[in-house]
Design a protein around this ligand. Sequence first.
Ligand SMILES: Nc1ncnc2c1ncn2[C@@H]1O[C@H](COP(=O)(O)OP(=O)(O)OP(=O)(O)O)[C@@H](O)[C@H]1O
Ligand SMILES: [Mg+2]
Length: 261
Amino acid sequence: MLKIKGMKKSFNIGTENETNIFQDFDLDINECETTVILGANGCGKSTLFNMVSGVLSCDTGEISLNEINLGKLKEHQRAAHIGRVHQNPSLGVSPSLTILENMSLADKKCTKFGFRKLVKKDRIQKYTDVLKTLDLGLENKLNTQVKFLSGGQRQSLSLLMATMKRPDLLLLDEHTAALDPKTSKVVMEKTMELVKKENITTLMISHNLRDAIKYSDRIIMLDKGKVILDTRSNLISETELIKIYNRQNLVDSDEEFEHAV
Ligand SMILES: Nc1ncnc2c1ncn2[C@@H]1O[C@H](COP(=O)(O)OP(=O)(O)OP(=O)(O)O)[C@@H](O)[C@H]1O
Ligand SMILES: [Mg+2]
């Protein structure tokens, strides 16, 4: 499915801010599974997503999706295969366009179209049906500009838009982190309902260890661009996961302490 082989990535080479985040990084993601990526701030989770989606390019190495070499495709070409929902609820939607226009944009992803004919009348029923599955009443607000929606409503819309064309791979980068606990739970459950129903291969970044176990098939933990844990989610408990997470962070703070002295 998704295969990463020998990936290297550094930032700001030759400066005091040089970061060699990935060095010879390999990863194999199985089809139709949900894999959670865990790890402390700065360990490379979003950089990994940025390289898969084409926002950043690898220094060396190969990333392929269903045997397609993604290195040969630009970000907008990869978008035909990859859906992404960001942590920031404003990133996956166009706030000044209406819900209907946003849905139409997602529907026309990767095709050439004119803005004058953005909304196709014969697709409105389809959008209404899809929006109804969210149970948020958005189907009654088709002509509302998205900037007037709450964060949770925007994230839910963003999720529908990212999955409308059933991507081969869905990337969720802490997509519920900016929401209050109740809304976060609702959006997470809707996400998993949709992912399971459509059987979408999903990579999800999270800092919530309980969600990681509950909603995924596989858990991968990164530390400074390296895989330090790769397990089936049903084979690990939250307590064990917390221990590994804390152990890693303790090692990190010891190192920082040593540098400080
Ligand atoms: N565009 C960039 N330019 C320079 N450095 C970058 C860039 N993107 C990421 N980095 C650096 O790479 C490292 C990994 O960053 P990344 O954003 O992938 O972390 P993360 O695991 O997503 O963290 P968080 O949990 O805080 O979101 C950090 O040291 C960061 O400063
Ligand atoms: Mg990040």
